[in-house]
Structures are given as C-alpha cells and as structure tokens.
Design a protein around this ligand. Structure first.
Ligand code: ZN
Length: 312
C-alpha cells in the first residue's frame, strides 16, 4: 500500500524537499544545494540521490511512494516539459521522464509558482477554495492560477505570469522581462523600494524613511503602521497598481479569493487596506465576490504543492 509522497521545490540556490504522508503531515523536511555546474545536469541526480537516501534511512520501499512532485523556476507544460529554466541552466526536456528513470517512482512537475498555488489551496491560505489566484510579492511577482481545483499551465507552461501584466505606459525603465511598465515593477518588494526612492526624491516632506540608507518594502509598511504620511502615499501608489492588476485578473479568472504571499505579505492585512478599495472599484461587478487572504505556508508552499500533485 502506497503511503508517502515527496515534494521538491527547486530554486536557484537551494532545493527544498519534504516527505509527506497522505494526511499532509510533513515527516521530514530538508534542503540540498542546487548544483549549477555542467549546465544544471547534476540537479536531478542530486535530488534523486537525496530522496533515495531518505527512503533507505526511513525504510520506505518504492512501492510505498505514491509519487514525487517537483516545482521548478521556469515554464512547465501539463506533461512536465520544461521550456528553459534560465536560473538552472536548463533547456527543454521532460522532467518526469528523467527523474522517473533515476528514482523508479512516478514523477509530476510544474512551474514553481503554479505548484506553490496548489500548496496554498491544499493546506494554506486558500484551503477550502477551488478557484483562486496566488499572488507572490517577492523580488518579483509570481502567480499561480487555479480554476475548478486544477492548476492552469497554459499552452507553453507560462500561464499565471501576472507580474508581467502591463500597467504603466509612462515607465522608462525596463522590467526583468524586457518590457516596460510591468506590474512587478511597482508591486514587488523591489518595486515598492523603487516607488519609495522616487517619492522621497520628489520633495522634502518629513518622513521616518529619510533616515535610512535604503528604504525597503518592509520599512515602508512599518512606517505606514506609524502613520508616516510619505509612507502612506507610497502604499497608496502600490495599492493603486496592484489593485488595478488584480481587478484585471478577477475579470478574466473570476476567482473566489486572491491569496497574497511572498516577503511583502509579511506586512500583514494592512496591505489590503491599500489594495482592496482600488481592486473593488475596478473589478467587474460579476467578479466582486473575490476576497483577499494572506498565504500561510511561507517558503514551504512549494514542497506542499509539489506533494499535493500526488496527494490531493
Ligand atoms: Zn515584465
């Protein structure tokens, strides 16, 4: 009788792994270094070796493993084929095919943000919902869209790239993707820091943010909580961009909930004060049932979601 699944979240510097039972308990959680030598060809063998070691230690037979789910930082189609992961040095190949060959157990793979969204639906902030969009406000903006309980991958695995929705015609700086005026240029931690730098340079208005050499997204929201007027203006600008972006997504997906995660979400529900009014103002009336919630799995969303590809 099969009893366990592994969740693997491959990142640019570390690979997070988790061993789960059918009841979603994490029995073991660990990390290995992402070896980027030789065009990333060592990564999957390292993952396989690490999993086989844990199976041997815990006396888990191959027959007891339902499967190994994998999230990777790049577009992955519904069959598990990666279409280039620049961070890992990977080209185009089928992940399950390679990893099943190394492990001898079933493997499924998906884009890391999409897989993390599945994790939040399974055991996190989106638990109980079947139509949700997970928005990860980190260095960039990641997104995972779930419709009727199914992860949306799109034709080439690039569905849910909501950070690159165009929201500003006036932008002169390029986004990491090469376009100009993408949502993540204003709504991510990096984006908020840039909004802050621009706002502070505009005039001399008093602000606690002026004493700092670098104004981070965290510093902005800490100052908002102290009612700093400049920080509040920055938060309003952030909320304006993100609220409009979410309204656009709501009109396309009609989700029950947006689950907001990533480093910026550590500011807490105060974010919603700036996002929600703008979002509701611009959301099509038929989609205004959408709620805002905070993600709860933090950096573990990826391993939960990867395991959920087999356990949910
Ligand atoms: Zn972009």
């Amino acid at each position: 009788m099969s009893k366990y699944a592994f969740g693997v979240d491959i990142g640019g510097t570390t690979v997070k792994l988790g061993l789960f039972d059918k009841e979603a308990n994490v029995l073991r959680k660990w990390e290995v270094i992402t070896s980027k030598e030789c065009g990333g060809t060592k990564i999957l063998p390292d993952v396989a070796e690490s999993i086989l070691n844990v199976m041997a230690e815990m006396k888990i037979a191959k027959e007891d493993v339902i499967g190994v789910g994998v999230g990777v930082p790049g577009p992955v189609d519904a069959k598990g084929t990666i279409n280039k992961a620049v961070n890992l040095g990977w080209g185009v190949f089928n992940i399950p095919e390679v990893l099943e060959g190394l492990l001898g157990v079933p493997v499924k793979a998906g884009n890391d943000a999409n897989v993390a969204a599945v994790g939040e639906m399974w055991q996190g902030g989106g638990k109980g919902y079947k139509n949700l969009v997970v928005v990860t406000l980190g260095t960039g903006i990641g997104g995972g869209i779930i419709v009727d309980g199914e992860m949306l991958t799109g034709s080439r695995g690039a569905a849910g790239e909501i950070g690159h929705i165009h929201v500003n015609d006036e932008e002169e700086e390029a986004c990491g993707c090469g376009n100009k005026g993408c949502l993540e240029q204003y709504g991510s931690a990096t984006g908020i820091a840039k909004l802050a730098a621009k706002r502070l340079a505009k005039d001399e208005m008093h602000s606690v943010l002026r004493n700092k050499p670098f104004v981070s997204a965290k510093a902005v929201f800490d100052a908002v909580k102290e009612n700093d007027p400049v920080a509040i203006e920055i938060a309003e600008e952030f909320g304006d961009y993100l609220g409009k972006g979410l309204a656009t997504i709501a009109a396309v997906v009609n989700p029950e909930v947006f689950v907001i995660g990533g480093g910026v979400s550590k500011a807490g529900e105060i974010l919603f004060k700036y996002i929600e009014p703008v979002m509701m103002k611009h959301t099509f009336h038929g989609c205004r049932n959408v709620e805002l919630k905070l993600a709860t799995l933090d950096n573990d969303a990826g391993i939960f979601g990867a395991a959920a590809l087999f356990l949910m």
